[in-house]
Design a protein around this ligand. Sequence first.
Ligand code: ATP
Ligand code: MG
Length: 210
Amino acid sequence: MQETGRRKLGVMGGTFDPVHHGHLVAASEVAHRFDLDEVIFVPTGEPWQKAGKQVSPAEDRYLMTVIATASNPRFSVSRVDIDRGKTTYTVDTLRDLQAQHPDAELYFITGADALSNILTWQDWAELFELAKFVGVSRPGYDLNIEDLEKHLQDSPDDAVTVIEIPALAISSSECRRRASQGRPVWYLVPDGVVQYISKRHLYVPGRNGR
Ligand code: ATP
Ligand code: MG
């Protein structure tokens, strides 16, 4: 339903360490279902808490995301979270993108696992003013719909939509583990990303701070 004539922009946030086909299928499927004009992939900034888990340098994650999305004319990559630095909060991502695209309608795309976290930890009332949320199914993660509905009681009906997408049981963690053990990641991530991981020795124990 295109009543407003506003551009509809999908926003796919993630660490993308590395970006994989699960991310790409999620973005493609939501773009089709919601008739989006574009999906912007937004790699997160580098977490300021160095103590927690190791994350690859932002520039590597950014370049892998560019490589993975380059062939799709409706996919693009934004540096807003990387350039802001530190830990990324979805509310900042959406504020920055809304400022860059004042006339657009934003759709934040998120997997079942991440959706619950965003709605638990952040001021979702403001989040819903900035974007509509689309939760996509992900193998191994059950979205607790009742819990979600309790949170959403006072929100507009279309604040959050949950959709079923083709199931790809791929995670970046598993890709990192495989790469670190010398096992293949071919066909889990785009070919160019396989080559980038190897060229930059990402996920090799003892390299890049691992
Ligand atoms: P990690 O294992 O490091 O957490 P990840 O595979 O979960 O990586 P992220 O960068 O954390 O990837 O995820 C970005 C977004 O993509 C999140 O909203 C996540 O829920 C979603 N997502 C990731 N993998 C899938 C998948 N296979 N199917 C559906 N959604 C996914
Ligand atoms: Mg994740």
